[in-house]
Design a protein around this ligand. Structure first.
Ligand SMILES: [Zn+2]
Length: 298
């Protein structure tokens, strides 16, 4: 026979490898950050609207956009709140609030309402910073992403097929020696991280919190906003990004908990940020409450 058993097996091997069994609690990751995404060909969309990019006041269109509106961000979330080690980040699915609704955002570049689906983080290592966006040439220590879905679509999977499907808030964290503000929601979340060192493990956060507590006292009136993509495979160009200009101060002891997390091979999850992408001819808008007249007068 021309096609023998060996050839059939050889053909099936890559599929078998790709779909190797896991414990079912987490998706099996067949990609990693060894090259910060430079080796994601074939699993990551390529286009002219990829994320992350460099942001700066100088290269932005300064326009009077509406401020962001945070609906139900001050209402307690239903329990349990579960933090999961996904092998490439820590992730918390956002449940309904106690009033049976969902936290949502509107404003900025967004048309309509976008409900919160999940929150996750990107970070560096003890010797490197790990934010995805770079603001005014500065890479921050950690970047938090709160992922929202346009209510026009039924779920995130469907929303990822549309240019207006998803809205992500990006929040920078900067390590400071003695933070004046210790944010209870963030502290609660980071305190739980050492319980999920192993890939696929989960932990319930104690007590309750609001989604807004993860924003601390963030200045939400100043932000960059543009059309981009997911920063993880499949890098769908479905995301309206809103990246706040000011970082939140956070302690080294909180952030260092992220550096001990392990992926599915038992390796440390570090520098889980994607390399900078070309901006191409995309407009980036900057919205601020500051009086920039001095800026224009030079
Ligand atoms: Zn992210």
């Amino acid at each position: 026979m021309g096609v023998n058993l060996f050839q059939k097996l050889f053909f099936l091997l890559p599929l078998a490898y790709q779909y190797s069994p896991n414990d079912g609690s987490s998706e099996n990751t067949d990609w990693n950050y060894d090259q910060n995404g430079a080796d994601w060909q074939g699993i990551c969309a390529t286009g002219f609207r990829q994320t992350p990019i460099k942001l700066s006041v100088d290269s932005s269109l300064i326009v009077p956009l509406p401020r962001m509106y945070f609906g139900n961000y001050d209402v307690r979330l239903n329990e349990p709140l579960t933090l999961v080690n996904k092998g490439y980040t820590v992730d918390m699915t956002i449940p309904n609030t106690r009033n049976g609704q969902r936290p949502f955002i509107s404003g900025g570049l967004l048309k309509g309402q976008y409900v919160a689906e999940g929150v996750h983080f990107h970070w560096g290592s003890p010797v490197s910073r790990g934010s995805e966006h770079v603001i005014n040439r500065k890479r921050y220590d950690v970047e938090m992403h709160i992922v929202h879905r346009n209510t026009r679509y039924n779920d995130v999977t469907e929303a990822l097929n549309y240019i207006d499907g998803v809205a992500v808030l990006g929040v920078m964290f900067k390590i400071v020696r003695n933070p004046n503000n210790r944010y209870p929601g963030l502290r609660k979340l980071f305190s739980a991280v050492p319980a999920i060192v192993e890939y696929g493990s989960e932990v319930e956060l104690p007590g309750s919190m609001t989604l807004g507590q993860l924003l601390g006292d963030l200045n939400t009136s100043d932000f960059y906003t543009y059309k981009g993509s997911l920063t993880t495979p499949e890098c769908n160009e479905a995301v309206t990004w809103t990246v706040f200009a000011q970082p939140l101060p956070i302690s080294l002891s909180d952030i260092s908990k992220l550096w001990i997390l392990q992926d599915s091979n038992g390796n440390l999850i570090r520098n889980n940020y994607r390399t900078l992408q070309a901006r191409n001819s995309r407009p980036v808008f900057y919205r601020t409450n500051k009086d920039l007249s001095d800026y224009y007068l030079g």
